[in-house]
Design a protein around this ligand. Structure first.
Ligand code: NOJ
Length: 558
């Protein structure tokens, strides 16, 4: 058995807050920090050990906070630095931790550095960004952005184009400039010195671009990505940032879209060269769509199992996994990998399936009450730059109508995760006292809300609490290895975990129909204790049973 180093961040569960939609305290329709403060009892009641804040810095909101105009302050829509410090102190007093989003692949065009950079090519900030001369009236190369057409934008005052691999309002920083790296380190120290416990590093694997910025392989979006998804100096820069983290008792999880498992293992391997403590992979989020969240395809359980299995095996005893099934970038999971006809049951099964694997589980706001996708019928109701870009593409390439696009998009787009949290059955789901929230509230809030879930002993909310508590109290869930059974089944996901003589058997049915489960050879359910179950199990343990819709069971063998 691999020798696993025990550390606090491996033992924690984390709750993610996307502040704008969490809780509005001042009636302006926008979630804010005092709103978060007012819900700390609730967050703590989940049993989580930390909160990750998606960006809460000043921003013009072209990508809702992922375009930062001041790294050392708080978005005035959300409150003040004092509001943040109050939360930080209170969260610490309660024995939990706080993690910030560190978005340093790009800034906002509203950042002072960028404004200066545009003044002249001699300005000291000019080289903070990536510039290129046009070719005739064409941009420097053929790169396309992920969010907004061409990856280059012309600036007349300097007669050059700046690079933005995301939206136009998100110019890429030139990480090859040592001064920029010093700025990043200063940002990290600013928050760490204040007491923050670590970072989630946004698209951190994109920070190094290939010298000469050569043309990329033509794609409908993100042409050129092969030249920056793992650029030539990535490791070097990650090491440099790691030095800062090593000065503190903190952790960092990097976001790595398209990062290969091999690279992820390299980055996260224990030892002096460790760059990241864990990595947010997208692999397991593409089991029902073509290119993350673009076009819905039928869900493939075998794909999910294979992907998860690979990451579990490769990281075990070497690095560490970040476990998640929802965040602000993906549509709600019950609509995707679960079944709305069995919302609570399939939600419980999905929670069990991912949380009991080896890694640190993240829970995204609203996931714990089983919030679902929203049906938006008109483009004008959408808010996200990515949705608009996708519409332009589908319209341009496939001549798709707006109505058809909205129908398709509403199943997969990330805006589904950004509707306000449904706190109660009251007006605006108890999210705001304003006449209208900043974004549509899912009309199902009367049925799906925190207050109702609190009252129902069988709710998903109580179940999440149970899972989080069980994980915390049982090292086999945290540190056990991972072995899968029924690998070819397209209905069952079954795995076991082993740690210091204890075994956990996790059985999850991904089917509404009855499925026959027979205990794997060598396992006698009668010797185990049923510790987690999503339906009452009345009969004495037998080595086989027929599952109920989306049933999950966990047996512990001492
Ligand atoms: C990844 C973030 O999770 C996403 O929300 C954002 O749009 C992009 N990075 C760009 O910062």
């Amino acid at each position: 058995m691999a020798d696993i180093k025990k550390t606090w961040y491996k033992e924690m569960s984390v709750y993610q807050i996307w502040c704008r939609s969490f809780c509005d305290s001042n009636g302006d329709g926008i979630g804010d920090l005092p709103g978060v403060y007012s819900k700390l009892d609730y967050i703590q009641s989940l049993g989580v050990d930390g909160i990750w804040f998606s960006p809460i810095y000043p921003t013009p909101n072209c990508d809702y906070g992922y375009d930062i105009s001041d790294y050392k302050n708080i978005n005035p829509e959300f409150g003040t630095l004092d509001d943040f410090k109050k939360i930080l102190d209170e969260v610490h007093r309660r024995g939990m931790r706080v993690f910030m989003d560190l978005v340093v692949n790009h800034t906002s065009t509203e950042h002072m550095w960028f404004k200066e950079a545009c003044k002249s090519v001699d300005n000291p900030y000019h080289d903070y960004y990536i510039w290129g001369k046009g070719k005739g009236n064409k941009p420097p190369n053929n790169w396309l952005s992920v969010f907004e057409g061409n990856a280059w934008e012309y600036v007349k005052s300097v007669d050059e184009y700046y690079l933005h691999v995301f939206a136009k309002g998100q110019p890429d920083l030139n990480m090859d400039n040592p001064k920029v790296r010093e700025e990043v380190k200063s940002i990290m120290r600013f928050w760490l010195d204040m007491g923050v416990d670590g970072f989630r590093e946004d698209v951190i694997t994109f920070i190094s671009k290939k010298e000469g910025l050569p043309n990329g392989f033509p794609l409908p979006v993100a042409t050129g990505i092969e030249h920056y998804k793992h650029g030539p100096h990535l490791e070097e820069y990650l090491d440099e940032f790691r030095q800062v983290l090593n000065e503190y008792d903190c952790f960092c999880v990097g976001e790595g879209p398209m990062t290969s498992l091999k690279d992820a293992v390299d980055f996260c391997s224990e030892g002096p060269n460790k760059k990241l403590d864990m990595l947010i992979s997208f692999d397991h989020m593409s089991c029902d769509c073509f290119v993350t969240d673009w076009i819905k395809t039928p869900f493939s359980l075998t794909k999910l199992k294979n992907t998860m299995d690979k990451w579990q095996q490769a990281m075990y005893g070497v690095g560490w996994n970040a476990l998640y099934i929802e965040n602000h970038d993906h549509a709600r999971i019950i609509d995707r990998y679960g079944d709305l006809r069995f919302r609570v049951q399939s939600g419980k099964m999905l929670a069990t399936m991912y949380m009991f694997q080896c890694g640190t589980p993240f829970v995204y706001q609203g996931q714990e009450i089983g919030m679902t996708n929203i049906d938006i019928k008109h483009l004008y109701e959408y808010k996200d730059v990515m949705t608009f870009n996708n519409y332009n593409l589908f319209h341009k390439i496939l001549h798709m109508s707006e109505a058809r696009f909205c129908k398709l998009s509403s199943q997969v787009n990330r805006e589904n995760a950004r509707t306000p949290v449904q706190w109660s059955a009251e007006k605006n789901a108890g999210f705001t006292t304003a006449d209208e929230a900043w974004f549509n509230i899912n009309p199902n809030y009367k049925e799906i809300n925190v207050e109702a879930a609190e009252k129902d002993p069988n709710s998903l909310l109580h179940y999440y609490r149970k899972l989080i508590k069980f994980r915390k109290e049982n090292e086999v869930v945290i540190y056990g290895d991972f072995k899968q059974y029924y690998k070819n089944s397209n209905k069952l996901f079954v795995y076991e975990r082993n740690y210091e003589g204890k075994k956990l058997l996790v059985i999850c049915s991904f089917s509404a129909d009855p499925v026959k489960f027979v205990a794997p050879e060598g396992i006698d359910l009668a010797n185990g204790k049923l510790v987690i179950n999503t339906y009452d199990v009345l009969e004495p343990a037998k080595n086989e049973f027929v599952t109920k819709p989306y049933e999950a069971r966990v047996y512990l063998f001492d």
